[in-house]
Structure formats: structure tokens, C-alpha cells
Design a binder for this molecule. Structure first.
Ligand code: ATP
Ligand code: PRP
Length: 208
């Protein structure tokens, strides 16, 4: 594996813990001190892999441009960014769904209902495919606030346990997609570093 040193873009935040766990279970090297450092680039002790710690939504960007050979990204992020990367493996972690939600028993108003989302492209596409004209308003978090404060009629957001919706008096109307975390690759790296990448895939497959 030494001749084929790999760089992987890993999302900071909730996926990272689970990704580290699956990586360790597969017997793959994880940089020392990864859980308690502010450093953004870390190398494994054997020098075989470099880990770039990125914002979840930015992981496919590093991979498409080839500064990372591999990446770990939610299907939601892949759907939203539409980056040209190969999706190699479903890691089956951080499982959730992307849904349409809103206040109970309240129908969308007007000819252009408003939709709030951290996923504006996914939301646009979903309603367009349904033949519905909507105005999508991009928010960067706490999206559930949207319908409560009267900003929007509906939200498109991640639902996992449903607790956030419930505690904020919202209900789920439709599921757009089931979401889980994927291993992705740069298209050129996948060809040039095939041996090292395949070894990682095989080891991960054994523990998924
Ligand atoms: N409640 C949840 N339960 C399970 N998985 C989730 C949940 N929310 C998000 N995810 C998955 O985890 C990924 C990363 O979520 P995380 O909250 O760390 O990112 P983020 O909100 O985009 O982070 P940041 O706000 O720091 O950019 C998402 O892209 C999605 O695939
Ligand atoms: O169904 P649940 O288990 O309650 O999980 C769903 C919540 O988790 C995510 O939010 P996150 O914690 O990432 O915060 P955010 O609103 O800042 O994105 C998502 O955007 C929902 O708000």
C-alpha cells in the first residue's frame, strides 16, 4: 500500500465518530489523536494515508478536484452537490431520511408555496418532478424553525428519530430519499490507485 499513498476527505461532525469506528473495525489505520486535535490534516502512523478533515458538504468538492482520492459523504450531500465522483460503497452508517415536513393539517398556501431547506437543489428538483412550483429558501440549520415562525409552508430536511419534528410540533408528509453514508472516490484516483482502493473496499465490506 506504501507506493499508493491515499488521501481521504473525512467529514467533521456526527459522521466522523462512526466512520472512525468502522475504519478501526476493518483493521484500517486511523491517525493518532484524531479525536482530540484541531489539526485539519493528519497522517496515519504507517504514513500510508492522509486524512483531510472537512465540512460534510465540502467533501465531494475535495474528491472531485482530486485533492482527496477518497471521501466519506452522506447520500444527502451527494444528491445536493451533484459532484462528479464515483460512489464505491454504502457504509450503512448515519442512516436517516430526507423528508418533507410541516405543521400538521396545514396545506401549502398560494400559487408559490415556500419551502425551507439546507438542500435547495434537492428540494427544487423534487417539487419540479412533482409538477409543483415552489419558492425554495435556503437555510443553514435549525430548518424546523421555518414553518413555526411562519417563514415557509414546508421544509425539506433530515429526519432520523423524528424527535426534532415532534418537539417542534411538526409532522413528516413525504419521504424523498433514504440516506446513509457512502465511500466515494475521485474518478482518476480510482483507476490510478486501484490496488490500494480495492483493498480498503474489501476490508470495509467485511465489517459493514
Ligand atoms: N439526525 C441525524 N441522524 C443521522 N444522520 C444524520 C442526521 N443528521 C444528518 N445526518 C447525516 O450526517 C451527515 C452529517 O451531518 P452533520 O450534522 O455532521 O453535518 P452538518 O449539519 O452539515 O454539519 P455542519 O452544520 O457542521 O456543516 C449528513 O450529511 C447526513 O447524511
Ligand atoms: O429526527 P432527529 O433524530 O431529531 O434528527 C433530525 C435532525 O438532525 C439534523 O439536525 P442537526 O442536529 O444536524 O442540526 P442542524 O439543524 O443545525 O442541521 C436534522 O437537520 C434534523 O434537524
Amino acid at each position: 500500500m506504501k507506493e499508493q499513498r491515499l488521501t481521504i476527505a473525512v467529514p467533521k461532525g456526527r459522521i466522523m465518530g462512526e466512520a472512525i469506528e468502522i475504519w478501526r473495525k476493518a483493521g484500517l489505520p486511523v491517525p493518532k489523536d484524531i479525536e482530540d486535535t484541531r489539526k485539519l490534516i493528519l497522517t496515519t502512523e504507517d504514513g500510508a494515508m492522509e486524512w483531510i478533515l472537512a465540512k460534510p458538504m465540502d467533501v465531494p468538492t475535495y474528491v472531485e478536484y482530486g485533492v482527496a482520492d477518497l471521501g466519506i459523504a452522506g447520500k444527502d450531500v451527494l444528491m445536493e452537490t451533484g459532484r462528479e465522483v464515483y460512489e464505491l460503497l454504502d457504509l450503512k452508517i448515519s442512516q436517516c431520511r430526507l423528508s418533507v415536513a410541516g405543521l400538521p393539517r396545514v396545506e401549502p398556501k398560494g400559487i408559490m408555496p415556500r419551502i425551507a431547506s439546507k438542500y435547495p437543489r434537492v428540494a427544487e428538483r423534487y417539487f419540479r418532478e412533482q409538477g409543483k412550483q415552489v419558492e425554495v429558501i435556503e437555510l443553514h440549520g435549525s430548518v424546523e424553525l421555518g414553518p413555526i415562525v411562519g417563514l415557509v409552508d414546508r421544509i425539506v430536511d433530515i429526519v432520523s428519530t423524528g424527535q426534532t419534528l415532534k418537539e417542534n410540533g411538526l409532522v413528516e408528509y413525504e419521504t424523498i430519499a433514504d440516506i446513509s453514508t457512502r465511500l466515494i472516490a475521485n474518478q482518476v484516483s480510482y483507476r490510478m490507485k486501484q490496488a490500494a482502493i480495492k483493498e480498503i473496499i474489501e476490508r470495509l465490506k467485511e465489517v459493514i
